[in-house]
Design a protein around this ligand. Structure first.
Ligand code: TYD
Length: 210
């Protein structure tokens, strides 16, 4: 993965569906903005051309093979990196992304692609400074989706598949991956997240509001 970049920080939220990534990311963004940091909160799949095509697939997943699906996620990420992530990092901002290439390795890996090949296909994407990997039993995360959001499961969210995804997430090892138990209360999870981010800022000598 590429390591060359400006003075910003790249922080990715990862984990199976229903772990609370989106809520925790929004709260972290508010906290950092309150400290005077310039924050870019973003997500994958994006709202761009390929992200929209991916979302359309939720409705009818049988329409493409795992390889075609992988290709769409990679194209979406190329655009995301070029148009959003790289410029924000070059401008010294803190980028918070709701999912990144670990999701591709885990989800498309669970769908039959080789996770190592998926990582290799993402070598264009800057390596994150921190991955906040929210962990939870897939059964519990699916129950959360049903109860809290009242949502029907999309095809990416079936239990068996999600168990494979969780196993792959559990198998990834990088020094910048921080695993956080997302079954803890929201405030406790947020406190752990903030601590990890403040430690990172300290370690990198990153200062906000200057
Ligand atoms: P999700 O974060 O749940 O988006 P939203 O809630 O905004 O619709 O992501 C949608 C699904 O896409 C999720 O089930 C995981 C899947 N996904 C992949 O399979 N590969 C990827 O590379 C990414 C980024 C997501």
């Amino acid at each position: 993965m590429r390591t060359m970049r400006g003075r910003g920080l790249l922080i990715a939220f990862e984990g199976v569906d229903g772990t609370g990534k989106t809520t925790q990311l929004a709260r972290l963004a508010d906290f950092l903005k309150g400290m005077g940091c310039e924050v870019v909160a973003t997500r994958e799949p994006t709202d761009g051309e390929y992200g929209r095509r991916i979302r359309a697939l939720y409705l009818d997943r049988g329409r493409c093979t795992p390889e075609e699906e992988l290709e769409l996620f990679i194209r979406d990420r190329r655009q995301h990196v070029r148009d959003c992530i790289e410029p924000a990092l070059a401008a010294g901002r803190i980028v918070l992304t709701d999912r990144y290439y670990f999701s591709t390795a885990a989800y498309q890996g669970a769908a039959g692609c080789d996770p190592d090949q998926v990582f290799a296909a993402n070598s264009f994407a800057p390596e994150p400074d921190l991955v906040l990997l929210l962990t939870m039993e897939p059964k519990q995360s699916l129950a959360r989706i049903r109860e809290l959001r009242g949502e029907q499961l999309n095809d990416f969210e079936q239990l068996d598949q999600l168990r494979r995804v969780a196993r792959l997430f559990a198998s990834f090892s990088r020094e910048y991956i921080r695993r956080i138990d997302a079954s803890a209360p929201l405030d406790a999870v947020q406190a752990e997240i903030r601590q990890a981010v403040l430690e990172l800022m300290d370690r990198k000598g990153y200062r906000c509001g200057t």
